[in-house]
Design a binder for this molecule. Structure first.
Ligand SMILES: Cc1cc2nc3c(=O)[nH]c(=O)nc-3n(C[C@H](O)[C@H](O)[C@H](O)COP(=O)(O)OP(=O)(O)OC[C@H]3O[C@@H](n4cnc5c(N)ncnc54)[C@H](O)[C@@H]3O)c2cc1C
Length: 677
């Protein structure tokens, strides 16, 4: 380790071939594959050439999030249902704005990565003949989904971490990324590593910096969960979107965040069996009193209402195209409606849905055919939801018990929460960003389109790590970096000065309050229900906040420290980017799509009884402008612009159709030509 003195700070510097930011399922997988590709090329001590840097090894969505049976979406492995990578990629691209080459790569590599996880010990279930059993997930016409239970992604990252440790890969925990370092400009720009605040050695306004220099940078810092107030992302999942924007990385489809019903005391998705067992859903006042039925008023029969609750299981994300004519996403709208009135909404597994005035009592046999067949086939015809849940998926009960909630004795509070960003930073077919040598994988990469199949995030994260690792080792090679120290020193000096300036006792801004304001603004104006004028004014407010931070910095007060200030600053820039993308998409006349609904006075009625408080008339939404399915909104930071970002539209790249015969394809492989496309 080298050290460098900058002002009064001693900075530790380490050099690697590849640095991966993020220790989730995507980051750890890339580290493991980098090692394996280097080892296969007889590179000495591969582990010492690779570093994983993270703000918390136990943090992030992979470690801390899940659902009733967290899903991994791969090519079908049923012995009697044929599937192919092309069919798979057609499913991924069906709702538009998704690059065909990425979708095909995710299809082709899905089984390789799935079996890689199986080999590492992730307990995906198989039948006596060895078939990995599948089921149907959101937006999935086949049974391609599988699961290792509520904690699939946790098992994935734990197994991958164990392998990374076996390989001797360096893992640096408790490192908060402060800046991405770079050299060069324009097309010769390269990102050369990261500067981190050592969380264990930074207190108040004192800080200790570490530098991890590299030839190849892999960003796997996950989605920007902390952007939202109503969210099921785990606490502390911040991401580094603001820093990546500043470093010059282009993003795509940022508007396409996913929202859905989740429990909020313990953050967990209530998809799958939680809904398929058809629990009672009711609301209370803010103190838990005044219990009320609120769904019954909107459905003509118990059968319709109960079937829609069931369907939320595998139509989990809020989908504006599933609202009209009493479809399942009407439930999300109605839950949101209640919470907007200051009421709280609960699911109760001890009781079946309670009928409204003119409704029949709940009877499982009255469910519509799809629901009844499913419950009959799974033998889940017990008399209460908790018994049905215990029968179908006892682990779904245990996960709440482990987290202090007993579904046998108490109801579960829920809300419509931000859960995932289908968009993210732009990558090519090797998951390389617009800056050569920098790769983006996992949720930080914008590889999904407007909609995605449940489980495809985990597959995309694994595929991205594999592809990036293969390209790095075969094209850029395994050597550590050898940058001229002077180039780095200048940037370190600027970085330290910036951090010192970021704190001023005269500033009116406190990091905690700033983050709270950002979260409230994003949930209100960039959540699942959006409106043009509101988004415009939110963008103006977000910009104003960012500019104040840049000019005045923060006062830390007693509670905050440098880490909070750094986070609040880059989250603030990220929120400007997201809002700019939303406002730009509106200006292209986008309408409601993916997982957000756009309100419009002249649009389609949501339901005659869902009323706009301002006008007393039914709320209406603008349908999707389907022409935009072939146009991806791309956004890049540009400090010369009044709102700091420039946007362009790009066409989705098509599905590659070239297929070579074995011998020429073999030659391309041997000669390394496969990496030139
Ligand atoms: C409740 C819930 C349920 C889900 N269910 C499914 C599902 O069933 N199927 C599916 O495919 N997907 C699902 N997802 C999405 C999926 O879990 C995530 O997209 C995926 O786990 C992301 O993995 P990742 O490795 O990209 O990032 P993460 O696992 O989020 O890891 C990010 C890493 O980066 C680090 N990091 C973050 N910010 C910083 C920073 N500022 N500085 C340094 N390090 C940083 C973190 O500490 C962590 O190590 C779900 C998500 C949620 C929230």
């Amino acid at each position: 380790m080298e050290t460098r003195k900058v002002g009064s700070h001693t900075i530790n510097i380490q050099r690697f071939n590849s640095v991966i930011v993020g220790a989730g399922a995507a980051g750890m997988n890339c580290a493991v594959h980098l090692y394996e590709f280097m080892r296969d090329k007889k590179v000495k001590n591969p582990g010492s050439r690779i570093a994983v840097v993270t703000r918390g090894i136990g943090l992030g969505a992979s470690r801390m999030s899940g659902s009733d049976k967290q899903t991994y979406y791969k090519i079908g492995t049923s012995p009697n249902v044929p599937d192919s990578a092309v069919e798979f990629s057609k499913s991924l691209t069906a709702a538009g704005c998704c690059h065909g080459d990425l979708a095909l790569a995710e299809g082709i590599n899905s089984l390789r990565e799935f079996y890689h996880l199986v080999q590492l010990g992730v307990p995906f279930p198989h039948d006596p003949m060895g078939s990995y059993i599948g089921y149907k997930t959101d937006h999935d016409p086949y049974e391609r989904a599988t699961s290792a239970g509520p904690k699939t992604s946790r098992f994935m990252s734990e197994c991958l971490q164990a392998q990374a440790e076996k390989y001797g890969i360096n893992i640096f925990d408790d490192q908060e990324v402060v800046q991405l370092l770079s050299i060069g400009s324009g097309s010769s720009k390269r990102l050369t590593g990261v500067v981190t605040l050592d969380k264990n050695k930074s207190k108040g306004s004192d800080f200790t910096l570490n530098v991890y220099l590299c030839r190849n940078l892999v960003l796997a810092a996950g989605g920007p969960g902390e952007l939202y107030e109503t969210t099921v992302y785990p606490k502390g999942q911040v991401g580094i979107h603001g820093l990546a924007f500043e470093a010059g990385l282009a993003a795509e489809n940022l508007t396409e965040s996913q929202f859905g019903l989740a429990s909020i005391k313990f953050r967990w998705n209530v998809s799958g069996t939680y809904m398929q067992v058809v629990p009672w859903i009711f609301s209370t006042d803010a103190n838990g009193g005044d219990e009320q039925e609120f769904l019954t008023r909107f459905f003509p029969t118990m059968s319709k209402m109960a079937t829609n609750i069931f369907l939320k299981g595998y139509q989990w994300p809020f989908d504006p195209q599933k609202i009209e004519n009493l479809q399942s996403s009407l439930i999300d709208v109605l839950v949101f409606n209640e919470t907007q009135k200051g009421r709280r909404v609960f699911m109760d597994f001890r009781q079946n849905p309670v009928p409204g005035l003119s409704m029949k009592e709940f009877d499982l046999n009255d469910l519509e055919q799809e629901a009844l067949t499913y419950l009959t086939n799974t033998g889940a015809m017990q008399s209460t939801p908790i018994e049905r849940l215990k029968h179908m998926n006892p682990l779904a009960i245990d996960i709440y018990k482990e987290n202090g909630i007993d579904l046998y004795t108490e109801p579960l509070e829920i809300a419509v929460c931000a859960q995932h960003n289908n968009g993210g930073f732009a990558v090519n077919r090797w998951w390389e960003s617009n800056i050569p040598g920098t790769f983006i994988i996992g949720e930080m990469a914008g590889t999904h389109g407007v909609k995605r199949q449940g489980g495809s995030a985990l597959n995309a994260g694994q595929t991205g790590g594999l592809r990036a690792a293969e390209y790095i080792v075969n094209v850029y090679g395994p050597d550590p970096c050898d940058y001229d120290d002077r180039l780095i020193e200048e940037q370190l000096k600027i970085c330290v000065e910036k951090l010192e300036k970021m704190v001023s006792s005269r500033s009116p801004l406190m990091p905690g309050k700033v983050m709270k304001d950002i979260r409230r603004r994003m949930t209100t104006s960039a959540g699942h229900i959006r409106q043009l004028d509101d988004a415009r004014s939110a963008l103006a407010d977000a910009l104003g906040l960012y500019r104040s931070i840049e000019s005045d910095g923060f006062q830390l007060g007693d509670k905050a420290d440098m880490v909070d200030a750094v986070l609040a600053r880059h989250l603030s820039l990220a929120s400007v980017g997201y809002l700019k993308a939303i406002v730009t998409l509106f200006s292209q006349d986008s309408g409601s799509r993916g997982s957000h609904l756009v309100l419009a006075d002249d649009g389609t009625e949501i339901h005659p009884d869902v009323i706009d408080k301002a006008t007393g008339k039914p709320l209406r939404f603008k349908p999707e402008n389907t022409k935009l399915r072939s146009s991806i909104l791309r956004i890049e930071y540009d400090s010369s612009k009044s709102d700091l970002f420039r946007t362009t539209n790009v066409e989705p790249r098509p599905l590659p159709t070239e297929r070579k015969a074995f011998e020429p394809a073999w030659r391309d492989y041997i000669e390394g030509k496969i990496y030139s496309g």
